[in-house]
Design a protein around this ligand. Structure first.
Ligand SMILES: [Ca+2]
Ligand SMILES: [Ca+2]
Ligand SMILES: [Ca+2]
Length: 704
């Protein structure tokens, strides 16, 4: 509480004044050791039906440009791409896996042409592709209607496709293959193991095995399928993947983590990584829709799910699916509707409210934050945020820069202090409801730049939102703010409310008595918000402006600021004594005896109640005083070093104030007070922990 300020300013002391004293409880997290897992990419499933099934339904070449643009700006690193044997082998060539009848092959079907366009796009954008040969149905059945699929013939077919894409078409973007989508729904585990072994042998024989990773299991729901694969295909698999539609917005982090850690435990035994090959939510309507698809929360959910998978040991994820499109040639209902964006608006016959073709869903913006900022090669550092609905992960990229991604699905705001290995500058991206881009552009930086100080970054994630903090500078030696100082030649002066102050001087400004001071330096300006921020990494001020004085700082926080500043600069800044402050305000040895600091006309030198329009202003805009010092009267009142007490009457040399007390001195008046309180000798005090929008400070230093 303040003395006197209450007495004089009773009309403007409001509840807000006290609420600013409260602090939300801040969760702390230390970025510890990495689990040793590196990201291999955040991807999407992108199936090649655009030209074969969607163009006939109204999509156009121009629409494809939209796809290209979005892929590029999202920075997607991985595609999972399906293919079918009957696209290039409409009928089984023959029943002999040692003989390929090329007359029965075609590589110019609409489906293959659609596949090439997709691979061209991947090639142009450095996207790495996993090709999934979808099924064991269709043409792989021998013509004589044997019940059992001829696996050798099937392997021949897959090899024909991959040889064509790798050797004829020369696609270098293709990195991996997956035999069968969700094989646990197609064949038995025993057959799958046989099939994978045959495929490995066939690709070796055809000399393409070394060009491709074997991405195996691809199981959905069936964990036992994965476990058996890790036991029996450890020698063949390069990695394992699983699909996950087990979780929804109500699922706690712990369930998601447990799921991935179990999978990772098995693949670890096989010595191979685990990847989440497809995922979405458990809000299923059939298999082509999920009922939370259009909600804002889904973006938070997808992010939280991804972070839990990565924290649990997965090297990456692939979202199903990039955009809504048709997977068949029958009715409207066959359109797959789990996309990051929609198809043509007219396709949604029961959704007349959809006004735009290819309209992005909220999840498009959220997932783009992951594809843009979680990049392959980054090391994964899980954060434990001690809340089952807030997930966070720190990523250290290949340039050793950090990105923090935090998904807050809880109903509470999260102030968070992240302790890490170095100080740096971060930019912030926020996925927040009602603040998404109006078009299909990416979420821009939030316009906040935060700096870690003492290796600690103060971050904030609103309830039900996602935030990304991305390091933009190398950790460098902390910036040293320049504090412009004015030399003040010491001397004698009469301290206190003398004749020039008229009858306005209060009892605590008396008695006037002789004081002698040594030489010193004093800040030309009040400490600005830019200076405060560069030292502390935060800005508590109400009236924001880099050149405006910092306010809402307590006397104690000012001491911490000075300690840090002195640590950075090696100098010995301190708060002025009350005597130094008044001597400098009066103009020191060059004093002209003004009532305010630098003038008898307050409007020339001070921002105060009648001219400030109710706020602080950038420092240095008014006229300087006799010593070239600005804003000593008005703008913010300024903390001094001394305890507040009535003056003693004796002559003093370099007085330091009373040895103890209850209030610290504040000087100079401020932007909303009346003129008489802007005088050079006016004084009052507040307790050490008091903060308000009118209180700042300036610094002094001894002259050697
Ligand atoms: Ca064949
Ligand atoms: Ca054959
Ligand atoms: Ca001031």
């Amino acid at each position: 509480m303040c003395n006197k300020i209450v007495f004089f300013l009773i009309g403007v002391v409001t509840a807000g004044m006290f609420s600013s004293c409260h602090r939300q409880e801040i969760t702390g997290v230390v970025i510890g050791e990495t689990a040793g897992v590196k990201v291999t990419g955040i991807g999407v499933e992108f199936d090649p039906h655009f030209f074969s099934l969607n163009v006939p339904r109204g999509a156009s070449e121009a629409d494809w440009k939209t796809v290209e643009r979005r892929i590029a700006q999202m920075g997607i690193e991985r595609f999972r791409v399906m293919a079918m044997s009957n696209w290039f082998e409409p009928e089984n060539d023959n029943n002999n896996p040692a003989v390929i009848n090329r007359n029965n092959l075609t590589f110019q079907s609409e489906e293959m042409k659609s596949l090439y366009r997709l691979l061209d796009l991947a090639q142009a954008n450095n996207v790495r592709v996993t090709v999934v040969l979808w099924s064991v149905e269709n043409s792989f059945q021998p013509k004589n209607d044997e019940k059992r699929v001829n696996f050798d013939e099937w392997c021949e077919s897959f090899s024909i496709l991959m040889q064509h894409l790798l050797l004829d078409k020369k696609y270098t973007c293709i990195e991996a293959i997956t035999p069968l989508n969700e094989p646990n729904s197609q064949i038995s585990i025993d057959d799958y193991i046989v099939l994978c072994k045959k495929l490995d042998a066939r690709f070796r024989k055809d000399n393409i095995r070394q060009r491709l990773l074997f991405n195996l299991s691809d199981n959905t729901y069936d964990a036992e399928f994965l476990r058996r694969c890790t036991e029996e295909l450890a020698g063949i698999a390069d990695l394992f993947n699983s699909h996950c539609y087990d979780f929804g917005p109500a699922t706690p982090n712990s369930d998601m983590l447990r799921w991935e850690k179990r999978n990772k435990g098995w693949t670890d035994v096989a010595g191979k990584p685990h990847f989440v090959g497809e995922f979405g939510s458990n809000q299923m309507i059939g298999y082509t829709r999920q009922k939370d698809m259009d909600s804002f929360e889904r973006g938070v959910f997808l992010t939280r799910t991804t972070l839990n998978f990565l924290n649990g040991g997965a090297t990456g994820v692939s979202y199903w699916c990039l955009f809504d499109q048709y997977y068949g040639s029958s009715a409207d209902e066959d359109m797959m509707q789990c996309g990051l964006w929609r198809f043509k608006k007219d396709s949604y016959v029961r959704n007349a409210h959809i006004r735009d073709d290819y309209a992005p869903r909220p999840q498009y913006y959220a997932y783009s934050l992951l594809t843009r900022f979680i990049r392959s090669g980054a090391e994964i550092y899980p954060m434990d945020l001690k809340d089952d609905f807030i997930a966070g992960t720190a990523f250290k990229d290949v340039e050793n820069k950090w990105t923090y991604v935090i998904a807050n699905a809880s109903g509470r705001d999260l102030p968070l202090s992240v302790k890490n290995d170095a100080d740096a500058e971060f930019e912030v991206y926020r996925y927040e409801e009602n603040a998404l881009p109006a078009d299909d552009g990416m979420i821009p930086p939030a316009g906040e730049t935060v700096v870690s100080v003492g290796k600690q970054l103060e971050v904030h994630i609103a309830a039900r939102s996602v935030a990304v903090y991305r390091q933009i500078s190398r950790p460098v030696k902390p910036e040293v703010p320049e504090v412009e100082m004015v030399f003040v030649k010491g001397g004698n002066f009469s301290m206190g409310g003398g004749a020039e102050q008229g009858k306005d001087a209060y009892a605590d400004e008396k008695p006037v008595r002789p004081v002698t001071l040594n030489d010193f330096y004093i800040g030309k300006y009040e400490i600005t918000q830019a200076q405060w921020q560069s030292v502390t990494g935060n800005n508590p001020s109400l009236f924001k402006g880099e050149r405006s004085p910092v306010e809402r700082v307590t006397w104690e926080e000012v001491q911490e600021f000075i300690e840090k500043l002195n640590g950075k600069t090696g100098k010995k800044y301190r708060l002025p004594t009350e005597a130094e402050w008044e001597y400098a305000a009066r103009g020191g040895a060059q004093s002209k005896g003004y009532r305010y600091s630098g003038s008898n006309n307050i409007d020339e030198v001070a921002w105060y109640g009648d001219n400030s329009e109710g706020r602080t202003h950038a420092v240095g805009l008014k006229k300087a005083n006799e010593l070239g010092i600005f804003d000593m009267s008005g703008n913010v009142c300024e903390w001094c070093a001394d305890w507040y007490e009535y003056y003693p009457s004796e002559v003093q040399k370099n007085p330091q104030g009373p040895a103890s007390g209850y209030y610290k001195v504040l000087r100079g008046g401020n932007y909303f007070e009346i003129a008489s309180q802007e005088r050079s000798t006016f004084r009052y005090g507040c307790t050490l922990g008091f903060r308000w929008k009118n209180i700042g400070f300036r610094l002094v230093m001894d002259a050697e």
